[in-house]
Design a protein around this ligand. Structure first.
Ligand SMILES: [Zn+2]
Length: 460
């Protein structure tokens, strides 16, 4: 079947232009003027009106945690609810974190994640593989992962999934050999453990101890250590969910030495600050995530870095828990499940507070949500661009609207919305997933079409 999206403005990472988009089956056949479309037989195609709308390549979210067992509970969103909410938010591909648990091979970890996700997803999906134990056989398996489209990995410098410096270094060396790349959660675990112990001894068990025990210096120190390891291992790395100027400065210093460092941030770090941890009662628990929310000046730094290209991607770190689950930590801040929902609102928030507010251009929005993650995670140009031959993953975003984010409206499986009451000026009206109009009038009408992403090597 042929379809034609008419009257919109096609946004790319390097410019925007009015154009119609002709779709054949799952692919984009042509992008051009109405007369060019006519020559290609666009007249017979089923027409979709996008007059006055921006057309983005389907957004890619390279940082989600669905169906994850953590902190004695399991995330509120599984792959069914999470990817459906993501699709509604304009995200046509997610990359979640498969995890190797103690004693497991990477193959077993991968198998577990396929079992969680296969047949349930409403958008396309892939996995990074979190390596938590490093043995000679795991070292061998890294190549198997690459061969199966798992071309990116994840390492933690904190939590019980953490790996020590020697292990990080050995893994980086191995990734250099196979052409893989890893994202790293950077926080100094020793400092955090000692600060948590101090806070507990002093009886400071409330949520305000969460940011106090995870200072920006703990993040900046770990980033610095990682980047020195990567310098000697001679391989690029990804710093995931950067929150602060202190960490940003360390990244810029490594780049001045000549290193390639990719950086990701998230809407919550761009838009929320640590005053939320001082809200009355148990309200503050909703905003617990790690690293924690920072200060206004950190937000300013992150926005500037998005626009000047020194931060390359915006993902969500979607890791949702209900308010009931959050209460597991009401008497002890170290037991609050960490994470927030985010997949449903990333695009509209970035449009409203980035593009519409004049902080970033729409081309930057395209780069950080679509083009750069596609390149970094081996999906470009199949994904990440509206161009002939690419998958017809297209977001039709209507501008100049007045909408309000509420938990009552959301479809992610959570009873609160971190951005409750926030006014947004863009809405995701329609979303095409490989040629199927899967979101219409802002509602998911074709769920369950997600397919596993075979990814190539990073190219950014
Ligand atoms: Zn995460």
């Amino acid at each position: 079947m042929r379809q034609i999206i008419k009257g919109g403005t096609v946004v790319t990472g390097s410019g925007s232009f009015p154009a119609d988009v002709l779709i054949e089956g799952e692919k984009i056949l042509a992008v051009g003027t109405p007369s060019e479309m006519e020559r290609l037989g666009g007249e017979e195609a089923v027409a979709v009106d996008a007059e006055g709308c921006l057309l983005f390549p389907g957004f890619i979210d390279a940082h989600t945690h669905f169906d994850l067992h953590v902190a004695g509970t399991v995330t509120a969103d599984d792959f069914a609810t999470g990817t459906k909410a993501a699709l509604r938010g304009g995200t046509t591909s997610i990359i979640d974190f498969g995890t190797q648990y103690p004693g497991e091979s990477l193959a077993e970890g991968l198998k577990n994640w396929h079992e969680k996700a296969d047949g349930k997803c409403s958008c396309d999906y892939g996995f990074h593989m979190s390596i938590t134990e490093w043995t000679p056989s795991v070292c061998e398996e890294v190549q198997d992962m690459m061969d199966q489209g798992i071309t990116s990995f994840k390492l933690y410098m904190t939590y019980d999934t953490q790996v020590d410096d020697e292990t990080i270094f050995k893994i980086l060396r191995r990734l250099k050999e196979v052409g893989g790349i890893t994202g790293v959660h950077c926080e100094n675990s020793g400092m955090i453990a000692a600060l948590q112990e101090e806070a507990k001894k002093a009886g400071r068990l409330g949520v305000e101890s969460h940011p106090a025990t995870r200072p920006d210096a703990a993040e900046a120190e770990a980033i610095g250590r990682l980047l020195r390891l990567a310098e000697v291992a001679d391989v690029p790395v990804v710093v995931v969910h950067l929150t602060c100027k202190a960490g940003y400065d360390v990244i810029m210093e490594a780049r001045r030495r000549g290193q390639r460092v990719y950086t990701e941030t998230c809407p919550q770090y761009l838009l929320m600050d640590d005053s939320l941890y001082s809200l009355p009662g148990t309200e503050g628990l909703k905003y617990v995530c790690a690293p924690p929310l920072r200060k206004k000046e950190d937000q300013d730094c992150l926005w500037r870095a998005l626009e000047d290209g020194t931060i390359q991607t915006v993902s969500t770190d979607h890791c949702s828990f209900t308010t009931g689950q959050k209460l597991l930590g009401k008497d002890d801040f170290t037991k609050i499940p960490g994470g927030m929902p985010g997949v449903e609102t990333r695009g509209t928030l970035l449009y409203t507070f980035g593009v519409d507010a004049g902080r970033i251009s729409k081309e930057t929005m395209c780069r950080v949500l679509s083009e750069n993650p596609a390149k970094l995670y081996g999906l470009y140009p199949k994904k990440g661009v509206i161009a002939p031959g690419s998958d017809a993953d297209i977001v039709i975003l209507r501008t100049g609207v007045s909408d309000t984010i509420t938990a009552a409206d959301q479809i992610q499986n959570v009873d609160y919305a971190p951005f409750e009451g926030t006014k947004v000026t863009g809405c995701i009206e329609r979303v095409f997933l490989r040629g199927t109009q899967a979101v219409k009038d802002g509602q998911v009408v074709e769920p369950g079409l997600g397919r596993f992403l075979e990814r190539g090597k990073y190219e950014l």
